[in-house]
Design a protein around this ligand. Structure first.
Ligand code: C2E
Ligand code: MG
Ligand code: MG
Ligand code: MG
Length: 277
């Protein structure tokens, strides 16, 4: 009762921190059993070539539905998975599931597409990553060129370790994409120092983009830079016809966003793509 009263009345930072901490502990507690209880699933969002309207790839995004907590967004549980070390088994599950699914689609006769998997920086800093990815590719039989790994720029990536993991992954034949490009501290330095194949323009630059506004100038410069560096480029978070039109005019070829499709379950992807067979 005392606690309840405090919670109801208190607005001090002490209490606020306490309830945040409790939520964190709850999430971590349930996260520990989420894999074995089959509480995860992947949803997939198409990456579209706007010159042909074809789906060239699918980004997989993790969803967690827990009987006690309900649907917990990745923006909340990924950080907790990282801090608790659970990101390693969870991340491995995501990789295996995505590769297995993509192989199934290929065997079902869908046009070959890449699957993009988000890696957290903790996975990336793990020297076993290359071996894990290699093993999963062999086990699932997916050709490496159909797997893309998305990394997010971050100050805490150890540059030398990062370069050697990236080189190892590239030797396997998988592609590396830099996610949320433009939002971090060292985007340009990363492009210079790391063997990146693709940049994904962060959705904050796309939202409401209009001719000659600051987003337009920045996005235009990114598109030019990608071309001159021979990098693939995807614009994320395209929601409207107007945004798409501007990107088209600036010569952006690949986009992803609610305009084409939200992330959806594998069955829905099949229904979307089956007419192409
Ligand atoms: P991200 O990799 O940048 O993924 C794109 C996010 O933008 C996804 O949010 C997606 O649902 C959302 N999105 C896509 N199109 C649109 C659009 O047109 N408008 C808007 N407003 N949003 C759009 P989601 O699924 O909540 O994931 C959030 C972040 O969580 C991801 O950002 C990624 O960094 C992380 N994440 C998701 N799944 C995984 C995973 O399996 N492993 C790791 N390490 N991180 C993951
Ligand atoms: Mg991503
Ligand atoms: Mg990401
Ligand atoms: Mg992103």
């Amino acid at each position: 009762l005392k606690n309840q009263q405090l919670d109801a009345n208190g607005s001090g930072s002490q209490l606020f921190n306490e309830s945040l901490l409790r939520r964190r502990m709850d999430v971590e507690f349930h996260l520990r059993k989420a894999l074995s209880q089959n509480e995860f699933k992947l949803v997939y969002q198409p990456v579209v070539d706007i010159s042909t309207s074809h789906v060239v790839g699918l980004e997989c995004l993790l969803r967690w539905n827990n009987p006690h907590l309900g649907q917990v967004p990745p923006s909340e549980f990924i950080a907790i998975a990282e801090e608790s070390g659970l990101i390693h088994p969870i991340g491995e599950w995501v990789l295996r599931e995505a590769c297995t699914q993509n192989k199934k689609w290929q065997e079902a006769g869908l046009p070959p597409m890449f699957v993009a998997v988000n890696l957290s920086r903790k996975q990336f800093n793990n020297y076993l990553l290359g071996r894990t990815v290699a093993t999963i590719l062999i086990e699932t039989g997916l050709a490496p060129k159909y797997l893309e790994l998305e990394i997010t720029e971050s100050l805490s990536v150890d540059a030398r370790l990062a370069t050697s993991s990236l080189e190892e992954l590239k030797k396997l034949g998988v592609r590396i994409a830099m996610d949320d490009f433009g939002t971090g501290y060292s985007s340009l330095g990363y492009l210079r120092d790391f063997p990146i194949d693709k940049m994904k323009i962060d959705k904050s630059f796309i939202k409401g983009i209009r001719h000659r506004d600051v987003n337009a100038v920045i996005v235009n410069a990114m598109i030019t830079m990608a071309k001159q560096l021979n990098l693939l480029l995807v614009a994320e978070g395209v929601e409207t016809e107007e945004e798409l039109q501007i990107l088209r005019e600036y010569g952006c070829r690949f986009v992803q966003g609610y305009y084409y499709s939200k992330p959806v379950e594998s069955k829905v992807i099949e229904e979307m793509l089956v007419h192409l067979i």
